[in-house]
Design a binder for this molecule. Structure first.
Ligand code: FAD
Length: 379
């Protein structure tokens, strides 16, 4: 049984200075266009913003300097993420490379892979996407069928991924594929970093119910990749991919996607807010604060080399629940017509429509609860 513990953490000593510097950066570089883009902002792609953020040293903050990183501490990075999300900055283009693909390459990648990708990731000019889900392989990830067959020159990839966020702007996909013919379930899977400009790769947009293009279908037809595209050990893909999920599930994006709406509620309500608004704000902020403590505790564990899969799943499940409840709780206490031209109404309408997906992306609520139960020895 895995232990479950949320420990207090030491905030970074220079937290206030980091916040001030970042706020000055945002005042200069954050686009002031459509306020709705501030909601769910870690899926908003803005390559110019990512490039400016990279140049200022806010991407790849933990990575070694020789790969373009900045060798800062994990809790310093946490503060940066928190500020970016709280401000609703459009961080989607580089988000996955910074959060997941870069750290995975530092843990399992070859020297060649690190040199090829990490400097571009840290500069905010190269992006990566996650190739896990396939038609018929979502929650049941161990049923992936996309295959890699070994050749003299490397591997040939065939198959299809789906719901791939950002594939259309990404340079590479970190894909989980079946590298051993005839293998079943978790065995015989490997991870490959596949350049998406290779012949045989087709990326087709999927338009979500909000009318926007964030995710895609990606088809691989006899795509030839070199030996050097294998990440980590052949056949160890399941272990590597699941280790990566703790990075994906526990960050501040799991409770700050809807933050722009909460801030707008407070700003628009002003000092004479009605009691029901005050009570709702108080409750939401206290829940958010608890989630923050839990998420930072997981960040500290990850930084200490632990694999807090259960804690990360709890943060994501509670964070998703909070973020889905937030627009409903606000709708119940404000007198806003969703067709109104106010920022509050626009943010509310947006989050009411997009928040149902929060408990699907990154692993569904039911699957997370199964992981938590198993981790606590209940199944
Ligand atoms: C906005 C968004 C972005 C995404 N981005 C990516 C991405 O970049 N890369 C990527 O690989 N994938 C991505 N996904 C896909 C996401 O990971 C899957 O949608 C998710 O894992 C669920 O898989 P599925 O859609 O096939 O649903 P299914 O697995 O078919 O599940 C359908 C429902 O059945 C429930 N269910 C399934 N199995 C069980 C079980 N054993 N016990 C109890 N309940 C169960 C699920 O919880 C769910 O409610 C994204 C999804 C969304 C919504």
């Amino acid at each position: 049984m895995q232990t479950f513990a949320v420990h207090p953490f030491e905030a970074a000593e220079n937290a206030q200075a980091i916040r001030q510097d970042l706020r000055a950066f945002l005042a200069e570089h954050q686009p002031q266009d459509d306020p709705v883009r501030r909601a769910n902002c870690w899926t908003e792609f803005d390559p110019a913003f990512s490039k400016a953020l990279g140049a200022a040293g806010y991407i790849g903050m933990l990575w070694p300097e020789n790969y373009g990183g900045h060798e800062r501490g994990p809790l310093e990075r946490y503060i940066v993420l928190e500020e970016l999300l709280a401000a609703g900055a459009p961080v989607g283009a580089h988000w996955i490379a910074d959060r997941q693909t870069g750290p995975l390459l530092l843990r399992y990648g070859t020297e060649g892979q690190r040199e090829k990708y990490l400097p571009g990731f840290a500069a905010g000019t190269m992006y990566a996407c996650i190739g896990l889900s396939e038609p018929g392989s979502g929650s049941d990830l161990a049923s992936v069928r996309t295959s890699a067959r070994r050749t003299d020159n490397g591997w040939v990839i065939n198959g299809q991924k789906v719901w791939t966020t950002g594939a259309h702007i990404s340079h590479a996909m970190l894909a989980l594929v079946r590298s051993e013919e005839g293998s079943e379930r978790q065995a015989g899977l490997s991870q490959f970093l596949i350049d998406l400009d290779l012949p045989g790769v087709t990326i087709r947009p999927i338009i979500d119910m909000f009318g926007t293009h964030h995710f895609n279908e990606v088809f691989f037809e006899d795509v030839e990749i070199p030996h050097g595209a294998l990440v980590g050990a052949e056949g160890e893909g399941w272990k590597q991919a699941t280790a990566e999920l703790a990075l994906e599930r526990s960050g501040p994006e799991r409770y700050l996607s809807s933050h722009a709406l909460l801030v707008e509620l407070i700003d628009s309500a002003g000092p004479d807010a009605p009691p029901e608004v005050v009570a709702t704000v108080g409750r939401l902020v206290s829940e958010m604060w608890t989630l923050r403590q839990m998420s930072m505790s997981v960040a500290a564990k990850l930084a200490g080399g632990e694999d807090p899969a259960v804690e990360a799943s709890i943060v994501k499940d509670l964070g998703n629940t909070f973020e889905q409840e937030l627009p409903l709780a606000i709708q119940a206490v404000v007198d806003a017509d969703l067709a109104d031209d106010t920022v509050l109404a626009k943010l509310l309408a947006t989050l009411l429509q997009v928040s149902p997906s929060f408990s699907l992306r990154g692993g569904t609520r039911e699957i997370l609860r199964g992981i938590i139960a198993r981790g606590l020895g209940l199944r």
